[in-house]
Design a protein around this ligand. Sequence first.
Ligand code: D5M
Ligand code: FE
Ligand code: ZN
Length: 724
Amino acid sequence: MLIEDLIKNNYLITPSAYYLLEPHYKRDFTLAELIKFAKSRGTFVIDSSIAEAFLAEKGLFSTGELTEQTPLEVSEEEPLEAFQVEISEEIAESAETPVPETVTASQSEEIPSSEDVESSEAPGSISTGDVVGSEIPTASSEGESFEPAEIVGETSISTGTTLELEQSSASNLVEEPISGEFSEGESFVSTGTPEPVKLENNAIDSPDESLTEVVEDSLPLESNGNGNGYGNYADSEEYYENGENGNGVKPKIVYGDYGIPIAYVGEDVEGEKSYSTYKDVVIKPREGFHYRAKEIPDEWEIKFDVKNVKFEAPKVKNAASKEGEIIIQAYSSYFKSRLRKMRRIFRENPEIGTVIDIAKLSYVRDDEVTIIGLVNDKRETAKGYMFEVEDATGRVKVFLGRDKENASQAYNAIMPDSVVAFRGQPGRGIFFANRVFLPDIPKFRREKPPLEEKVYAILLSDIHVGSNKFCEKAFEKFLEWLNGEVNSRAEEELVSRIKYLIIGGDVVDGVGIYPGQYNELAIPDIFDQYEALANLLRNVPEHITTFIGPGNHDAARTALPQPGFYEEYAKPIYKLKNAVIISNPAVINLHGREFLIAHGRGIEDVVDFIPGRTHHKPAEAMVDLLKLRHLAPTFGNKVPIAPDPEDTLVIESVPDLFQAGHVHVMEHRVYNGVFVINSGTWQAQTEFQKMVNIVPTPARVPIIDVETARLRAVVSFEQFCEGV
Ligand code: D5M
Ligand code: FE
Ligand code: ZN
């Protein structure tokens, strides 16, 4: 009742606040009183502190125990519209559809699930450095082999069948045995009392697992009013008028052209600020620490950056053309560009056959032909699947019988507006497909020449500096570790060879990104957030090149692609030595290996459209994007896409590694030779995430062996992350 009433008024309530308030609702207070109170506090989210203050004001609050928090249960599935059109019997014989198996979870029984691991971990306790051994399955469905780095002495690590790991006293080092498709096991050394190494295995899913319920989609948050995809909370200045968040700074937020929150200039508080921007965090490399990476020549290149793409403004007939016409033209060029690029990708597939324009289908008699187009619509019918497909010349209905091989898998994998190919025969007003092709990633690829020396890259994202849930202590520990404060020879070897650091967006928490965020900001000023981030990152040893790209929390264009950070806000990070600002997305070439870096908002749409996908298994969703060769295929759902004349979100070239973040869960797997990894976060669970049941995996540092573009190890600083 209370929840619904609040939601109707665009207010949200956290579970803990709900349990506090519910017993009194309508008995001791009215909805209007509560809303008035929340409004006076400048928030849309009624959390337990608001609830307590409200009850206290009403003389109702007793300092009893809080009821245990349970996530809101709001789940609802949209029923599929049944397809009405009758399909005639001229459907051709079934043919093999080339959509590859997505998941083979044959090894899944051997490895405990990540839930098992989490429940048995003892975070926070420090070990005495005992050596533990563990068996880690390294079975590889692809037959990939992996060369472990040479580590000498007692603490040596081998990635053979038996893996020995040294327990670290300040961090959890994880050696990564490289195995094949979807079978990357990673092991965490617990920092508790010596016990067998536990395997964390985010990458493996069993075929019949029950799905984690994802409730965020059904929360009424998503009418996409303000372009950040988080609903219609068009935060406006007035809501913050009376707000103060304990920092002694009166918030005032104004919005720029793109709906980007802009800190109000002139509000700067003179003198000491009540919050830290980490000026005092100064970490120097440990004396005598030998960085091998310093001696290895730099070899990096930004292969693709949106900033380097010259966009031409859409041409309109004359200056008097209506604005709407310009917009339609812009979107039409955008989708034409997508089609062009996808056709190029499909051309590399020898099975595709003769491709013809949809407008020319009526000239085709009995031959089998292929059409390539954007899928505007898809439905399931009694006998199969119906699609509406459009290319630059026309539109056609396509029927794919249920009996065709992989038909249902392909149907599920196709997201709205993605580009697919159908091979078949045209019938009366309908195209009868025998096969469906996703653009996909080729199964085999040429091996790259080996590197002379081991060199490592570390991948981070979603640091969220400025959030009161930012794991600052863990991040500082990580910086110390990079500066040589290691706990073992194995760690020393890793740190010594780290040459690159890639940060994939949400580097700060931003201001006004979601309703009620203000209450969760430790640094309520966007300028100071970037200052704080830069103060931390200047402690990254100088020989490590740091690539930094934006996400949806950053001061950057909201819509994808994001060319970079707005310089006027993010100046401190532009000024960092050895930092390279990249766009979202970007492709970096490291020693001949291609790393595709994206913040990863497209994952949200995958979760919305592809059955069985959840925020908790982002690597799976990233594979879906790879198969569609697009970072955010669907237009007009959660992810705002700019109508640039060129679609820069197409995954044109097959990367060796695909990194994304955004969902705050670290997970990785291999798909057709591409290493797919979500780099997690440095932010503990926010009130908001609590409500939508997102459980982050903060403060984990994946270390990538550049040569193989595979995971070498994961080091966890999670025990230093408060609030986890
Ligand atoms: O996103 C962090 C994660 O939280 C990502 O999985 C999206 C999710 N998230 C955050 N806010 C919302 C709302 N309002 N609705 C649904 N899902 C949400 P980040 O970009 O760091 O905020
Ligand atoms: Fe994030
Ligand atoms: Zn994000």
